[in-house]
Design a protein around this ligand. Sequence first.
Ligand SMILES: Cc1cc2nc3c(=O)[nH]c(=O)nc-3n(C[C@H](O)[C@H](O)[C@H](O)COP(=O)(O)OP(=O)(O)OC[C@H]3O[C@@H](n4cnc5c(N)ncnc54)[C@H](O)[C@@H]3O)c2cc1C
Length: 401
Amino acid sequence: MKPTPVNPAPNSSMQLLEEGAALEQLSRRGAASDTPSTDVERYDVIVIGAGQAGLSVGHHLKRTGLRFVILDAHPRIGDAWRQRWDSLCLFSPARFDGLDGMPFPGDPYRFPTKDEMGDYLESYAARFELPVRTGMRVDRLSRAGDGYVVAAGGRRFEAPHVVVAMSSYQKPRVPAFASQLDPAIVQIHSSDYRRPSQLPPGDVLIVGAGNSGAEIAIDLINAGHRVSVAGRNVGQVPFPVRRRFVRRTILPVLFRVIFHRVLTMDTPMGRKARPNFVTRGTPLIRTRSGDLAAAGVVRVARIDGVRDGRPALADGTTLDVTGIVWCTGYSFGASWIEPRVFDDHGEPIQSRGVARDEPGLYFVGNEFLYSPSSAMVHGVGRDAQRVAATIRQRMSSVPVH
Ligand SMILES: Cc1cc2nc3c(=O)[nH]c(=O)nc-3n(C[C@H](O)[C@H](O)[C@H](O)COP(=O)(O)OP(=O)(O)OC[C@H]3O[C@@H](n4cnc5c(N)ncnc54)[C@H](O)[C@@H]3O)c2cc1C
């Protein structure tokens, strides 16, 4: 596997402003938004995605007075959460599940359900009157002259600034050898997994030992399946998050200090840790190896192919299973973004959310955009605020013509 190119540490002049021609270009593009048109909708900023990342950007843009719209493919705000599996509760307690300006309601140390999270996002958008247009899947984002054109839902939107605000979890990833498995084995990716009844009775293999794999393993074992989990060790937090005492005392240090302030693109430790977060995922947080063993989940070696239609393990054995859940993660899924600003892992090459070499394009919500908290509810607001501030500064630095 190729090494992950680490985004270079931001430098403050790059981070906020490009000088000279590029900056003037951006300001002129803003002026284009005053031209009325019936066919095209023009804004100062288009935000793509109305999950926690897009809504956070909207919250901070609202304070700038710029004209913006937030486009989202789902019919309803919060659907990215509602469509996850039935038993899913957040691994972050409610205290860490609120966005800027609106705490998550209820007991701060409980784990909210995924539907509560979806509803919270919907009420956040309503409370701050954010201009979200749902049912608008963006099919293409391209450059046109000095600005960007967004094609969505048969409409055309234009703006000098576009923020792509969505997690790195848009396109499910499954190894190519999955297609060689016996068709009698039911296979689903974790993004399509909802409940144990989707799998036939019998032994289930979970491929991928990260947070999703661990939580789905428990869901299946509680429903009476025998479950084995294959995949490399992603590490785990060294304390039991299920204990309320830990949630009150240790978790704030992990989330707000280590994941938010210590491991960042501005620290050597953070830059060193980033490739692991991007390629392997977050360490196990709530359901840890000990919980899996205690529940009867069997750990097996990595799956590295298929033999006689069955999953073959790296240790030479094969498994006889009726179902497989691929918890093998996602890729960013940015094939519709024409400017090629991506590294070998498909993640945007950026500095604090500002795309390199593509003035006016920004990213928020990606895995380790600036720190591990960038892809978590409690941390996304900082990146959103920085991007909104950059746009405001770029728009106001040269008088609009
Ligand atoms: C199973 C799971 C559990 C998690 N649990 C936690 C947790 O407990 N705590 C925590 O802090 N984090 C958690 N996360 C991480 C992260 O908080 C979530 O993934 C969160 O949903 C990311 O928010 P987002 O806004 O960046 O992206 P998303 O929630 O994925 O939202 C992106 C939005 O963009 C829209 N979109 C995508 N493509 C297009 C397009 N082409 N055109 C228009 N719209 C588009 C989608 O419709 C979607 O609404 C979890 C992640 C997963 C996968």
